[in-house]
Design a protein around this ligand. Structure first.
Ligand code: C5P
Length: 219
């Protein structure tokens, strides 16, 4: 049993890769003083452990690392590589891996540190598996080409040697895998508000969400 803080604001976001959910979630979290977790980073962290320890990697090993996981581990730039993205999508299909990160995410969502007014998590199964009773649920998306271009620009900024077509192909494959897997597939729940960021600036996306949240608070 985990402790659940009462009267906190919980925001759950699901989205396909590179739809802009992370940037948006960070801005929302800062504005409403919420503790933010990019859950994809946890799958990336385990994927990287597997890539770096291919001979000795085991579930037990991953479990021990997750137990002592610190925010700085999730901010490591190497987690952003395409190699890690592809491996993260592969390992996240496994029920044993999902079970491993489940309680970490739930604890984060329902029991954020006291200095925060709540939590905001983004991922693939947040709106229906991790925080099904969230106060606000959003499904953030954008068309494939726009997402690939955003991701390509991000990777180029990190000096990664990659072409636009490679990024496009990788995102297409990840979409296919994330949407069609049997366990915790990416889906938009009926109670999630759809935000398509294709033709919106970061600021206008934020204002759109802020309007929705503030409207509920003023009622
Ligand atoms: O969001 P990001 O692209 O960093 O996620 C990397 C991979 O981790 C995704 O392609 C997806 O397969 C997996 N993931 C997941 N469930 C989440 C978050 C991410 O399966 N809640």
């Amino acid at each position: 049993m985990i402790n659940k803080r009462k009267n906190i604001l919980k925001i759950a976001i699901d989205s396909p890769a590179a739809a802009g959910a992370g940037t948006l979630a960070k801005t929302i979290s800062k504005h409403y003083n919420l503790c933010y977790l990019d859950t994809g980073k946890i799958y990336r962290f385990i994927a990287n452990l597997k890539l770096e320890n291919s001979d000795t990697f085991s579930l037990k090993f991953a479990k021990s690392k997750i137990k002592n996981l610190e925010t700085k581990d999730l901010n490591d730039k190497k987690l952003l590589s395409e190699k890690v993205s592809i491996e993260a999508s592969k390992i996240s299909k496994k029920i044993s891996i999902r079970k491993l990160v489940h309680s970490f995410q739930i604890n984060f969502a329902y029991n954020p540190p006291k200095r925060y007014s709540g939590s905001c998590l983004d991922g693939r199964d947040i709106t229906y598996k991790i925080v099904p009773d969230a106060d606000f649920k959003f499904y953030i998306t954008a068309n494939l080409k726009t997402r690939a271009l955003r991701r390509y620009k991000e990777l180029k900024k990190l000096n990664k040697d990659i072409t636009f077509n490679q990024v496009l192909k990788s995102i297409k494959n990840r979409d296919k895998s994330d949407l069609n897997r049997r366990i915790s597939p990416l889906k938009r729940t009926k109670d999630s508000l759809l935000i398509n960021t294709t033709n919106l600036t970061k600021r206008s996306c934020f204002l759109k969400i802020k309007k929705i949240i503030d409207k509920k608070f003023s009622n």
